[in-house]
Design a protein around this ligand. Sequence first.
Ligand code: SAM
Length: 187
Amino acid sequence: MLIFFLFIVSFIGILVMFLSIAYFFSFYRLLKGDAPFVPVPSSILPEITKALGISENSVVYDLGCGDGKVLMACASSQPKAKYVGYEISLAIFLLAWIRILKMKRSRSIKVFRKNFFGADFSKATHIFTYLMPKQMGKLEEIFERELTSGTRLVTCSFPLKIKKPSDVIDLERSEFLLVRKLYVYDF
Ligand SMILES: C[S@@+](CC[C@H](N)C(=O)[O-])C[C@H]1O[C@@H](n2cnc3c(N)ncnc32)[C@H](O)[C@@H]1O
């Protein structure tokens, strides 16, 4: 019994250490202008799903999907669509994978531990991003080249540099908060 207890305590300890180190490295990425793991507030998930306007045949990508919360919220609102997430951090990817498995949505939501730069966006009908301005700049060039006509992009807080949004959704949150607007683009 004591050995079992020690095993559980050590397992939880190692897991917490692993997640803390991964979280630290996620913030270290900020120095390069890449987004760390900061999930969108749960209160704005309905606005995100509404802005995306997903239908049964949609293929929705979350670039830098974090713990998968946006994909899971979208899958709850439209279970027949397909969902794809890319996440670069191993620990955060595992968190997303476990949450999706627990939610029993692993058929419709696929997450990949992969840098989204270099991914193929041609099948995407909808894309969500909550990233840093430098990454949005690089993605804008790729989107202009590779997205199929009609693809909708919803980006949280950081707009594209050149393309004008078809809609800007004011989330009516305090001016001291980072997440205050959603930008909608139709390619
Ligand atoms: C601000 S968080 C957003 C998480 C999630 N999309 C949400 O809104 O809750 C950005 C995420 O993107 C991931 N990320 C940053 N650069 C990436 C890259 N090049 N490829 C894949 N994931 C990346 C980070 O590890 C982090 O988890």
